[in-house]
Design a protein around this ligand. Structure first.
Ligand code: ATP
Ligand code: HSE
Length: 294
């Protein structure tokens, strides 16, 4: 038996659609694996009722199949499904790290990310690595076809999770198929600013770099109260706000840890004013998946 904690993640970070991702200090999925002749899956925790236990439909089950590593897999969901916090990715990442260790396969970090991305494909239809990379590697990650770049980053954030469901499939459906040159230039500028900010642990630069003129405005239509919550977070001192992953989670970057409480309370209050219940995680960019009990 082996246990792995795989953290929630926030993909895109506004200007880095399908490229940027960051691991969060919490919440996390806990994945327990035990060798077996056939893979079985059981799921408990946040939103467990929405998670398939058929291994061919569960991201962790697909990882076991791809690695040819059958196991009894127990997933304790800390990351609510369809949250924008990389829920399905956390299970895939946890399973990849756990099964690699359980079966002593010796995969490299990059191979583990590719394997976990195959697990993700069962949910989104495509193998995205922008959530699984930070869940496995930790910190801030940049995923391109040519490889993965990782960076440690120390940044306080708040992620507010409204009680509405937005599936990644639906959120991808509203993304514009083309962009104008002005939007391209703005996006490149913001993405570059964000990377410089991550390298310097500078919340002002990261906050500025979260702005995105293309994907976030289209997706904001799917998140009731998004504009009001953004404004409230900024008024409470956040340097920047964006949709976390495909939504509906909303991520705000704070200047210092002590500010998170006020930002969290402002975001929850703004959602409440729109008639939406929500919960805010006061967290930070954190570590990747950890094997914490063998
Ligand atoms: N192990 C798993 N954990 C969570 N969801 C899973 C898992 N396996 C399959 N799913 C399915 O994946 C869907 C949730 O994934 P989705 O990508 O929509 O949300 P997310 O991972 O929270 O968001 P995002 O990728 O935007 O951060 C649900 O429909 C759920 O049934
Ligand atoms: N980059 C992906 C993350 C969610 O899987 C998206 O925003 O659609």
């Amino acid at each position: 038996m082996l246990t792995v904690r795989a953290p929630a993640t926030s993909a895109n970070l506004g200007s880095g659609f399908d490229v940027f991702g960051a691991a969060l200090g919490h919440p996390a999925d806990v994945v327990r694996v035990e060798r077996a002749s056939e893979t079985t899956i059981s799921v408990t925790g946040a939103g467990a009722e929405f998670v398939p236990t058929d291994p061919s439909e569960n991201t962790a089950g697909v990882v076991a199949r791809e690695l040819d590593a059958p196991a009894h897999i127990r997933i304790d969901k800390g990351v609510r499904p369809s949250s924008g916090l990389g829920s399905s990715a956390a299970s895939a990442a946890g399973a990849a790290v756990a099964l690699n260790e359980l079966y002593d396969r010796g995969l490299s970090d990059e191979e583990l990310v590719r394997l976990a991305a195959e697990g993700e494909a069962v949910v989104s239809g495509e193998a995205h690595a922008d959530n699984v990379a930070p869940s496995i590697l930790g910190g801030f990650t940049i995923v391109t076809d040519d490889g993965i770049t990782t960076m440690d980053a120390d940044l306080p954030v708040v992620v507010c999770l409204p009680d509405i469901v937005v599936s990644t499939r639906d959120a991808r459906g509203v993304v514009p198929e083309t962009v104008g040159m002005d939007q391209l230039v703005e996006t490149v500028g913001n993405a570059s600013t964000l990377v410089a900010g991550m390298a310097r642990d500078d919340p002002e630069l990261v906050g500025r770099g979260l702005t995105d003129p293309v994907v976030t405005p289209a997706r904001a239509e799917l998140v009731d109260g998004y504009d009001a919550v953004t404004e409230a977070a900024r008024e409470a001192g956040a340097t920047g706000v964006t949709i976390s992953g495909a939504g509906p989670g909303v991520l705000a970057v704070c200047r210092h840890r002590g500010q998170r409480r006020a930002v969290a309370s402002a975001m929850v209050g703004a959602f409440a004013d729109e008639g939406v219940d929500s919960f805010a995680y006061q967290t930070e960019i954190g570590r990747g998946a950890e094997i914490y009990r063998a």
